[in-house]
Ligand binder design. Sequence first.
Ligand SMILES: C[S@@+](CC[C@H](N)C(=O)[O-])C[C@H]1O[C@@H](n2cnc3c(N)ncnc32)[C@H](O)[C@@H]1O
Length: 456
Amino acid sequence: MLFKNQIITCRILRTGYSAEGIAEIDGMIVFVENALPDELVEIKIIKLTKKFAIGKLLKILEKSQYRLNLGLCQNYNCGGCQLIFVDYDYQLKLKENIIQSAFRQNAKIPDLKINSVIKAVQIFHYRNKIILPAGIDENNQPQLGFYMRRSHHIINIDNCKLHPKITDKIIDITKKFLINAKISIYDEIQHTGIFRNLMIRYNNDLSEIMIVPIINADELPHNELFIKMIRAEISEIKSVACCINKNKGNVILTDNLKKIDGADYITAQLSKKKYQISVNTFFQVNYEQTEKLYEYIRKLIIDRGKELSDKPIIFDLYSGISSIGIYISDLAEYIYSAEENPSAEKLANINFKINNITNIRHITGKSIDVIKKLIAQNIKPNIVILDPPRKGCEKEELEILGELSDYIIYVSCQPTTLARDAQILLSRGFTIKNIQPLDMFPNTFHIETICEFVKN
Ligand SMILES: C[S@@+](CC[C@H](N)C(=O)[O-])C[C@H]1O[C@@H](n2cnc3c(N)ncnc32)[C@H](O)[C@@H]1O
C-alpha cells in the first residue's frame, strides 16, 4: 500500500495524455512529471487518491536515451514547454502514442494506424502570440511572466525557448515603463490596479509586431510615454492598442479596444495568401506548421475533388477568420464558413478583399445553428471541414453532419475529444480513411491531428 510522502523507486512504463510518466505500483497508477518511459526513478508520493497517485521526481537512477543533456529551461516551472528536455523525434513518438491511447480509450479502436507526424523545422521560438500576466514581486516591483504550473504565482520569464527572442526586450521596456509612469498593477483578488496583462503578436518574419496592454481602466495613463519608449528601441512595432477589461475573472480579452498608435492589425502570409490579424481574433500559433496544415487540407480536397463532377460546396466550420477557406477557395464552387466570435466577421471580409476572394460567405454564429440555417435553405456540402477548440464538437452537430455529408475533414488540437467525436461519426456509418498528426506545438505535449472520415 502506498502512503503520502513515501519515497519509492519505480520504473516508468509509458506516458499519459500530458506526456507525464506513468508507473504502476501495487496495482496503483502513479503519474510522475518529467519522467520518460523506461527510466528507473526515485519519487516521493505527494498526492494519493483512490484511483491514482502523483509522484514527485527526486532522482533518475537509470536515464532514458532520449533525455537530452541540456537541463531544463530556466523558466521551466511555467509549464509551457513540458517536453523541452526530450529528443525531438522521440517527442513525436510520444505524441503518436497520445493519439493512439485516446482512440483506444474514447473510440474503442485498439490498434489505430496513423501516419508519422509532420515535423516542424523550427522547433524553438515559433509561437506568434504571447499573453503575459502582470504581478508584483517580493520587492514590490512589477513582474510580467507566466503563471507557475497549477498556481496563480507569476514567475518572470527570460530567454523563453518558444517565443521570438525580441519578446525579452519588449517585456523589459514595458516593465521600465510601468515603473517610470508609476502604473499600478492589477490585483485579481481586490479587483484594483490598472495593468492586467501584456499581449504581443508577431507576423511571420517579425517585421510587424502588435502590442496590447490589457487594462482595468478606460485608458493607459501616460500612453504617449509607452509608445515613445517602445518605438525608440523596436522599429518593427506596427500596432499598439489597449484592450479594456474591467471585468472580474479569468477572461483576458474583451472587444473594448482603444487604438493608441499605428494600424489595427498585423499582416501574416501563408504561401500566397495574406491574412490581416487583429487583437482578438483566433489565428494558429505557428505559421510554419499552419502553412503545412492548410497545404495538407488542400491536398485532401484536391483528391476528393477528383471523385466529384463539379467543384465542391464546402462548409468550413469553426472557421476563425475563415483562414482555411481563404487558403482553399480556388478549389471550391462556394464555401460557407461559420464562426461564433463576432469580431472575426469584419476581418474575414477584409481578408477576402485583399486576397480577391468572392466565393466565401462568412457567417457569425454557433456552428450547429449555422448548419441548421443552411439546411433550411437547401444548401448541402460535398465536403465539411471541422476545426473546433479543445472541447470538440457538439454531439447533435455531428449527428446532423453524419446525415448531411459523406466526407469530413476533422482538424483537432485535442486527441481525447477527437476520439470521442470519431466514435459518434463511426456509429453513423463513417470510416476513418486517414489520420495525419502534425506538430503545431514542438517541445510541448500538444499535437494537432487531421482525421479524414468517409462514408461509403
Ligand atoms: C481551433 S480554432 C480554428 C480556427 C480556424 N479554423 C483556423 O484555422 O484559424 C476554433 C475556432 O472555433 C471558434 N468556436 C468555438 N466554438 C464555436 C462554435 N460553437 N461555433 C462556431 N465557432 C466556434 C473559436 O472562436 C475559434 O475561432
